[in-house]
Design a protein around this ligand. Structure first.
Ligand code: ATP
Ligand code: MG
Length: 210
């Protein structure tokens, strides 16, 4: 693998997708052969699984939910992510394994270690070079999301305790892996978030000293 994988994480409404498109443009400007993907999704099977796992009309138990996310991720890794990384591309990924550690491991209470093990199997152990964690108060994330105008999906209908547990788990992941995970204050305007994010990956962009 000669490419670079950067993942973007954080609560619902933290600004991941907004940052991802800004970073894509900035990375390309700096000469990176960059590509943006999202989870769950990116390939046909995973986009179908996305529809299923987010559907408020379906009953999906916590273990099934963890397995569906892991399956969607496994297919993305196998079908697209590894080939693109092998081809040397700079891949920005809107959510990855840390989302499952936080949402299913922490939020659903299935245990971070258990979900990590499941995802090691699913991804073959693929790990990002760097992860940008957009840190935000859950209530602010929720209010941004409400402002977006699309209806809540199945997970977004959960209560405050669920999102507090997710936020806590993200913080624990960041504290455990400070080299990989860079925490960004996502309460600030998009331009400030983008500036911090670029500073946090500058060593991985073309032209950086070895
Ligand atoms: N830094 C910011 N300051 C204020 N508003 C923002 C900021 N970043 C994004 N927004 C707005 O907040 C809303 C949610 O942003 P976005 O969709 O990027 O979040 P997300 O983390 O991708 O959410 P989700 O987890 O639901 O995909 C959008 O309407 C977006 O325009
Ligand atoms: Mg998004």
């Amino acid at each position: 693998m000669v490419g670079t994988l950067i993942t973007i994480e954080g609560l619902d409404g933290a600004g991941k997708t907004t940052l991802a498109s800004g970073l894509l443009a900035a990375a390309r400007e700096r000469g990176a052969d960059a590509l943006l993907l999202r989870e769950p999704g990116g390939v046909a099977l995973s986009e179908r699984l996305r529809e299923i796992v987010k559907d408020p009309a379906l009953r999906v138990g916590p273990r099934a939910e963890a397995l569906i996310y892991a399956a969607a991720r496994a297919q993305l890794v196998d079908e697209l992510l590894l080939p693109e990384l092998d081809a040397g591309r700079f891949v920005l990924l809107d959510r990855f394994v840390d989302s499952s550690l936080a949402y299913q491991g922490g939020g659903r209470g299935l245990g971070v270690a258990e979900i990590a093990e499941l995802n090691r199997f699913g991804t073959g152990g693929l790990a990002p070079a760097r992860t940008l964690l957009l840190r935000i108060d859950p209530a602010l994330g929720r209010s941004r999301q409400d402002g977006r105008g699309d209806g809540p999906d199945r997970l977004e209908l959960e209560d405050e305790r669920f999102f507090a547990a997710i936020a806590r788990t993200y913080d624990e992941i960041a504290a455990a892996e400070p080299g990989r995970v860079r925490v960004i204050d996502a309460a600030r305007p998009p331009a400030a978030v983008l500036e911090d994010a670029l500073a946090a990956i500058t060593d991985l962009l073309p032209g950086a000293p070895e």
